[in-house]
Design a protein around this ligand. Structure first.
Ligand code: ADP
Length: 352
């Protein structure tokens, strides 16, 4: 069974959220039993879920989310992401395995575990007859947050809904409802915030606003776990990424470490001279270059760990060509995601 145990933070920036987490009290002192913050915000061990119909959505997933991280849980449709999140939210009962949220076992300290987490669900579930202010007040009451500690307007301001405080939820746009759900998840000031596809259907500008707020929360110490279909968003925002496929963890690491696994790069050199179609000069052929005579370019696909770019450019010169321009393309999370999920699908088929 694959296990995901975090490596130590790589650089000073990786330590920032953790430091901030120590500064910012994660929960209202009146409701926080233990003052010591755990190293892991979430720890799932051998988590398994088989639904009543017999479908196993999680096959023993072991996953650790370090405190202070901005963590993406990715996977194709049906991978088991929502099942995992719904187990954290207490909406789905696990079949076996253990889960700790903020060091509190979900079986033995269910209430405490719930207090430590805020979940933004995928569906836009809001009572249409409540205003954002009422919705937050009600949620705060549900969590037993004393009136003196409520931050209703502060939260509405943070998600850009203060001017809609007294509008009925039914009059809010999809993006506004999504942001209201984020505010709702934060009323009890949980140290862990989980967002399930938070930007689905939210336009680019509001997505940015939402992410700015989530980033701020993370910088102030909130551990953030999110699922998203926008892989570029996960790559940009998250310091750690886990990928699940068919209920199994297939990758989990720091984002930079995962991306460096690909060890593939593309270099396109535009040359000053005319190139003959289909003819690759010998010094370039040695590097497996492809020539596009029409575009006047030579394209190399190479492993940066084995071939420095300088050697490729030297080969261009050795071929009697003059470099007019260069562009490089780094592999991104999408490339990695596709590679890993395809590999895991192939291994699964081979084993079947
Ligand atoms: P994801 O969120 O990654 O798309 P899900 O956790 O929703 O994946 O689903 C994982 C698998 O479990 C899928 O095959 C899905 O059909 C199945 N599944 C999800 N919810 C239920 C349910 N309530 N009953 C039966 N099967 C379910």
């Amino acid at each position: 069974m694959r296990k995901c145990v975090p490596r130590p933070p790589a650089g000073p920036e990786a330590r920032l959220p953790v430091t901030a987490a120590r500064k910012a009290p994660p929960m209202s002192p009146t409701r926080t039993a233990s003052a010591t913050a755990p190293d892991l915000a979430i720890s799932a061990r051998e988590l398994r879920k088989t639904y009543a119909g017999g479908k196993t959505a999680l096959h023993g997933v072991t996953l650790e989310v370090p405190r202070g991280s901005m963590f993406a849980l990715l996977g194709p449709n049906g991978a088991g992401k929502s099942t995992f999140i719904n187990i954290l939210a207490g909406m789905v009962h696990k079949t076996s395995g253990t889960v700790e949220i903020w060091g509190r076992d979900l079986d033995r300290r269910q209430r405490d575990a719930r207090l430590a987490i805020g979940i933004v669900p995928q569906e836009l579930v809001l009572d249409p007859f409540f205003t954002p202010r009422e919705a937050l007040e009600l949620q705060a009451g549900f969590y037993g947050v004393p009136k003196s500690e409520r931050r209703t307007m502060e939260l509405l301001r943070a998600v850009g809904l203060d001017d809609k405080a007294d509008a009925y939820a039914r009059t809010l746009s999809g993006g506004m409802r999504r942001r209201l759900l984020v505010a709702k998840a934060m009323v009890h000031n949980p140290p862990v915030l989980v967002l399930d596809e938070p930007t689905a259907g939210v336009d680019i500008e509001l997505r940015r606003k939402l992410w700015d707020y989530v980033r701020e929360l993370n910088t102030a110490g909130t551990t953030v776990v999110l699922t998203t279909h926008y892989l570029e968003e996960a790559q940009e925002l998250c310091d750690r990424i886990a990928i699940i496929n068919h209920g199994r963890l297939i990758a989990c690491d720091r984002t930079d470490a995962l991306l460096s696994q690909l060890d593939a790069k593309e270099l396109v050199v535009r040359v000053a001279e005319a190139l003959a179609p289909g003819q690759v000069p010998a010094p370039l052929a040695a590097f497996g270059a492809a020539v596009d005579a029409e575009a006047g370019t030579v394209c190399f696909r190479f492993r940066p760990s084995e071939t420095p770019v300088g050697r490729l450019l030297a080969a261009v010169t050795a071929a009697g060509l003059t470099v007019a321009d260069i562009t490089t393309r780094e592999p991104d999370l999408e490339d990695l995601f596709l590679r890993l999920t395809r590999e895991s699908d192939a291994a699964r088929e081979a084993a079947a």
